[in-house]
Write a new protein. Structure first.
Lengths: 273, 273
């Protein structure tokens, strides 16, 4: 999916919600455990309940890999199911990969091609530098989402270090990585818990989309994120995972997830005006 | 495997060689393509040919993930096969993972437990800080190998940035992360292409094992690495991947791999004296 198409979907759905499919088999409703693939069944019902309110889905690979081959089969079924919504939703592999050049090429094949899982985008860690990121940028209409400023406590360990360039490390990451691609094939992860930093980040990357985790279970504020981070295109994908997936643990989980997503979509619709 | 056991194996085998199982189906001998699982068949023959010369194997996940579910089945068979050498070889998931706490917990389950792939160690990227690394440190006799200074060109993009602490970023990474664990559950990745930096690194982490990629195809020197990096325990695992795996593309590939590994082992034996 290209940038123009993504912006169009956001306008049509009046939403920039991304649902994080961090499906944890120990947290899904008990009655699903009888189905042949409980994780896929859960994802399918969440997708069906939220597809009109959501512009992106973001499975985090860790939750699938932790269940071994069966987990990856659940992911494969989920991605195949999302195929039928291909033109109306953006699908992100939250994988936080990155390795030496010849290895990142393999990851690109794994996550951005028909040979592996055919996602629209993958999250990538910047520590290993240019040759670890560039192989993901060579595929048309596919995106790299670079970790800039993350939503967790550990973000303060290194990302805010002051560097020789008289900047924070995350600013160096933004400034350097943005020269490796364009705002048509790169986005950045910026945690909602760092909303006050978005004003500064927008000075460095005014046109890039930002993927913003941390609203919901992690405590970030949607209004603040929009106030500081929105640009003319919208330019935001706001992720919520646990607050939507586990809105209820009962039979009504999908309906409750839909209501939670709808609340966020309504708030987004107001903030888009 | 604990540190004492690892040191014992190194002494017994007179080797600190790690073979990187970065198996690329496009590079393995053609005759293997007729077997039911060519990648596993290749790995099995490489393992059989090198087990007496090698103290560690390190499959890089990218090469398996790029082949989808089938690739992960090949990896599963490889790990199961290595089970029978459990007490004589250390097995590393070169996965370069790292995410917010609850997600890194899932990765720990995926790579350091019977529920997923039961490796001895996993490589982890430091950018997301403490809560992204700590979940891997809670499992007895399992190890985290943190990226400090990598072997690729992109290492120069961020890892050498001078920080407010009047140090390079990779030094800050070493100094901070070493407080999160001990030299009995943490190691560091330091590229052989940065051998001259090892003297300095040894001042910061005198007792930690270092996993050193970049000897062989990437051009690093074994002698230099040992000169600057060896400590009283040895303290090094030197990885070679392509130079061993693809020593020959013909029927004699396993024998040629063995000879290549043997050359390295002999050189290591001399350097251990």
């Amino acid at each position: 999916m290209n940038k123009k198409e993504l912006i169009q979907i956001i306008k049509q759905k009046k939403s920039f919600l991304c649902v994080g499919l961090d499906t944890d088999i120990t947290k899904i409703p008990r009655h699903l455990l009888d189905s042949p693939d409980p994780v896929f069944e859960f994802n399918k019902q969440i997708i069906d309940a939220t597809i009109n309110l959501t512009v992106a889905y973001k499975p985090n690979l860790a939750f699938y890999e932790s269940m071994g081959i069966n987990g990856l089969l659940s992911l494969e079924r989920t991605i195949n199911y999302l195929e039928k919504f291909r033109n109306e939703v953006f699908v992100i592999a939250d994988a936080k990969r990155g390795d030496i050049g010849n290895t990142s090429e393999q990851y690109a094949k794994a996550f951005l091609s028909h040979e592996g899982f055919d996602f629209d985008a993958i999250t990538v860690a910047p520590y290993m530098g240019e040759d670890s990121v560039k192989p993901f940028l060579t595929i048309e209409n596919k995106w790299v989402i670079v970790l800039a400023l993350t939503s967790n406590k550990g973000a303060f360990d290194f990302q805010f270090l002051q560097t020789e360039n008289n900047r924070k490390l995350y600013e160096d990451v933004l400034i350097k990585t943005k020269t490796w691609g364009t705002d048509e094939n790169m986005m950045y992860v910026v945690g909602a818990t760092q909303a006050q930093m978005l004003e500064n980040i927008r000075k460095i990357v005014p046109n890039h989309f930002l993927l913003v985790p941390g609203v919901g279970a992690q405590g970030g504020s949607l209004q603040e994120v929009c106030h500081y981070g929105m640009n003319n295109d919208g330019g935001l994908l706001i992720n919520a995972s646990r607050s939507i997936l586990y809105a209820s643990k009962e039979n009504d989980f999908a309906e409750k997830a839909r209501l939670e997503a709808q609340n966020m979509q309504k708030e987004m619709e107001m903030l888009m005006k």
